[in-house]
Design a protein around this ligand. Structure first.
Ligand code: GDP
Ligand code: MG
Length: 177
């Protein structure tokens, strides 16, 4: 690798999961490239993005995998989860069905993921909160019950996006050292 790679102390893999169209890809592109796409459409295959982040005196290479449409068919394979130390589990706060499905995603995560995986539950699209179907309190309660971290975000307005990812990687680092 190049000299920048060699300066990294850790490589951490994380995965994006949740129903189709909740904003996973836009959250990731916000975090990795500070980009947002109105017309983002799912492609086929798995995609991932890298970003180097500094936490304290440690340099972390974050490798984040994104489902590229297969979540629509519930066809995510176990290799997607393999080695993942963190997961951003995303629902769309304006669509109740995406929140109801969180339990299914958790089940899959717990079946295929590491038992010590750090999970952040994310209620995305807070810019549309006038149309919300899930109150913040309800998201918090589910997170508490399931032992997850919780955050409401807007990929569109870039609200809390960095925080959601950083909280996850900070926790992963704490578990590692
Ligand atoms: P994915 O299928 O979960 O990867 O979702 P995408 O990132 O492809 O987003 C699905 C749709 O929701 C796209 O039309 C996005 O522009 C839109 N979207 C994503 N995040 C937000 C957000 O925070 N606010 C709003 N208003 N729209 C969003
Ligand atoms: Mg996507």
């Amino acid at each position: 690798g190049d000299s920048y790679d060699e300066e990294c102390d850790y490589l951490f893999k994380a995965v994006m999961i949740g129903d189709s169209a909740v904003g996973k890809s836009n959250l990731l592109s916000r975090f990795a490239k500070d980009e947002f796409r109105l017309d983002s459409k799912p492609t086929i295959g798995v995609e991932f993005a890298y970003r180097n982040i500094r936490i304290g005196d440690k340099m972390i290479k974050a490798q984040i995998w994104d489902t590229a449409g297969q979540e629509r068919f519930r066809a995510i394979t176990s290799s997607y989860y393999r080695g993942a130390l963190g997961a951003l589990l995303v629902y769309d706060m304006t669509r109740r069905a995406t929140f109801e499905n969180i339990k299914k995603w958790l089940k899959e995560l717990r079946e295929y993921g590491n038992s010590y995986i750090v999970i952040v539950l994310v209620g995305n699209k807070s810019d549309l909160s006038r149309n919300r179907e899930i109150q913040e309190e309800e998201g918090k309660e589910l997170a508490e019950m399931e032992g997850l971290y919780f955050m409401e975000t807007s990929a569109m307005e870039n609200l809390n996006v960095q925080d959601a990812f950083l909280q996850m990687f900070r926790k992963i680092l704490e578990n590692t050292v």
